[in-house]
Design a protein around this ligand. Structure first.
Ligand code: ADP
Ligand code: MG
Length: 267
């Protein structure tokens, strides 16, 4: 047995309860799992199952009602706003379904933005942002504003912005939700490649089963609870991994039960 990869994210009995008048909504209901450094993890579930809430809890955008969320050794719900903001700038990147670019800024300025917070000097900032935009295939669109680009191009800018500061973890909430099939594949390949190149950890929310084929680990969510966890073996080599992905994709498409569930988290 080799060295176990470091657990970069660990959730222990995490719940988020929303109160609506007299009603309690268990958006996240006593969830525990971990994600290892360099893993591509997918939170998969239907609309309303609690995926975005779970992601927002991990990112510290919302506060858990109970439980521990340890990221890089820090318990996120216990952190104050200032340290959380610094933690986010230092370690986290975000990709959004609606791209969330700043409309008055060019592609280059949007990608520079996270580096401003990190106090990277202007010249270096522009160099890094430009390199990143070249990497995502937008070297000829540096001066374009979001409205002057297609959805796919805007999401490439979004990806460049998420990765430019080399965060160890990138959270993505339905990053291809507004894109057509061909652009979806391009964007997914890009995210996978970026993460692979720098051993970055990806936590991606989706309702689309076919996208889960990109993941090393698939966490199935239903009604705020974990239904099952699927793991594909990273050390199996590229060929085997491709094969496993094909098989799991096929099984996912026509399965009724949990044939590919290796590691089941019984509630
Ligand atoms: P998903 O991202 O899987 O579609 P969400 O995490 O957005 O699901 O929502 C999970 C559940 O929590 C839903 O029933 C939703 O209506 C509820 N919910 C989400 N945010 C709030 C909120 N701010 N106040 C009350 N209920 C919420
Ligand atoms: Mg959502």
């Amino acid at each position: 047995m080799g060295n176990e990869p470091e657990k970069i994210i660990e959730l222990v009995n995490v719940s988020k309860i929303y109160r609506m008048g007299n009603e309690k909504i268990y958006a996240v209901d006593n969830v525990s799992f971990d994600i290892k450094k360099g893993e591509f993890c997918c939170l998969l579930g239907t609309s309303g199952s609690g995926k975005s809430t779970l992601l927002n809890l991990m990112a510290g955008i919302e506060k858990a009602t109970s439980g521990k969320i340890i990221i890089k050794g820090k318990n996120i719900p216990k952190m104050n706003e200032n340290s959380l903001a610094r933690f986010r700038q230092r370690h986290l990147g975000f990709v959004f379904q609606a791209y969330n670019l700043i409309n008055s800024m060019t592609a280059l300025e949007n990608v520079e933005f996270p580096l401003v917070f990190k106090r990277v000097p202007g010249k270096k900032r522009r160099k890094l942002a430009k390199e990143m935009l070249v990497k995502v295939g937008l070297g000829s669109r540096l001066a374009h504003k979001p409205k002057e680009m297609s959805g796919g191009q805007q999401q490439r800018v979004g990806i460049a912005r998420a990765f430019v500061a080399m965060p160890e973890i990138v959270f993505a909430d339905e990053p291809t939700g507004n894109l057509d099939t061909k652009t979806t594949i391009e964007v997914m390949e890009l995210i996978k490649q970026m993460a692979r190149d720098n051993n970055q950890t990806i936590v991606m929310v989706t309702h689309d089963r076919s996208l889960a084929a990109y993941a090393d680990k698939i966490i199935h969510i239903l009604d705020g609870k974990i239904q099952s966890v699927e793991v594909t073996d990273r050390d199996a080599g590229e060929d085997m991994q491709e094969h496993l992905k094909e098989v799991s994709q096929r099984l996912l498409l026509d399965r009724g039960g949990d044939a590919v569930t290796i590691n089941r988290n019984a509630e």
